[in-house]
Design a protein around this ligand. Sequence first.
Ligand SMILES: [Mn+2]
Length: 445
Amino acid sequence: MNKIQQSFHKSRRKELSGLIGKDSIAVIFGNTFRNKSYDGDYLFKQYKNFYYLTGFTEANSALLIAPGGITLKSGSQKIKTKEVLYVQPKDEKMETWSGKRLGYNNVKNELGVDYSEVNEKICRILSYHILKNYRRVYLNIAEMLKLTGDMKKIISDFLDNLNRIAPHTEIIDVSYILGKMRSLKTEFETEKIRKASDISVQSYNEILKILKPGMTEFEIQTELEYYYRHYGGEETAYHPIVASGENACILHYENNDQKLSDNQLLLIDSASEYNYYCSDITRTFPVSGKFTHEQKEIYDIVLKANKECIKKVKPGVRFSEIGKLSEKVLAEGLNKLGILKDKTEIKKYSLHGIGHHIGMDTHDAVPSSVTESSDTDTLKPGMVLTIEPGLYFTKEMKEIPVKYRSMGIRIEDVVLVTKSGSEVLTRGMVKETADVEEKMHITDL
Ligand SMILES: [Mn+2]
């Protein structure tokens, strides 16, 4: 790992240390393997919170942070440290089967974490004698409960005896604090999201070259996935939605197995992940290469909401206000077309919120609330959001004129809140109907 990345993760550990304070410790577990079926596991993916603090992608690891310091025994030596990374032991036989392990000896050099031990030694930390010295213990509880194998055993023993092991300490889930930290991206992080967005845009442009009637949704899906890898991404940020016609009205449609026909719209909600950071784009294209009059009418209302909401993004504005603006623009547009008489009924057709935070998770694990002591709804520089208005008319909606039914349109961009306003990280992807048609036409030749 290069020094820039090392210092990013170190800065995250330092910030967390400051937030939990000297009379606390935090123990944050990494992910373990998960069985898919019989003797096969799902592809391993590190927990994002653990990755945020370490950049380490090996299974069966844990991180200890002790802002006030902790004294550990190593043989006859006593070592005082503020951070310990617990990692898998080196094991030649196992490494032949499942890949190289870093080993605790190499942690300081490779990852920049001050001290490291073999993972089974984490048991010593989760004991009465250690924990009694601290006022609070922060744990990634929800993630801990899902661990498997040897780490599960360690956690189960700890939780079974919690009242005896930690009677004097407050046990707190660290996810809320980490979520607040993760809501404000550093430049290191926005660069990753920018790269994930660029890769996704390049891949969508490849799709515009080949999209035509008679193809199937999964052909588009697999082409996109191919191009994500081709342009340097690692995997999809989330299961892709490639939904033609009526299917676009199922918000998390994932079958992606229908044939595309001439007069349909195709909604694609898919993006690449890059170095553990996600992008999230939705575009809606005419399969034939040209929008029908009715499709364009609805599309332009959604586009107007998309653009007006993006214009509104800047520090100090409430995300919830942007959501209201979106509904207003959508309602007015439909009202003008004579489709929506009562504007308060817009939710029936807009279905979902205006967007979400995005980062290491597509729906980033950022707390969103407004209470007396906390306001996570107000935008601040460094936040990265999606703006994704949509309109959905199923074939069952008898109140909607037939010509507009079986149509789902969403236009989604990734937007960085800057000091003076915003920057659209997915701006490279066309969204004006004329631009979409032109791109589909040129590449037809
Ligand atoms: Mn989204």
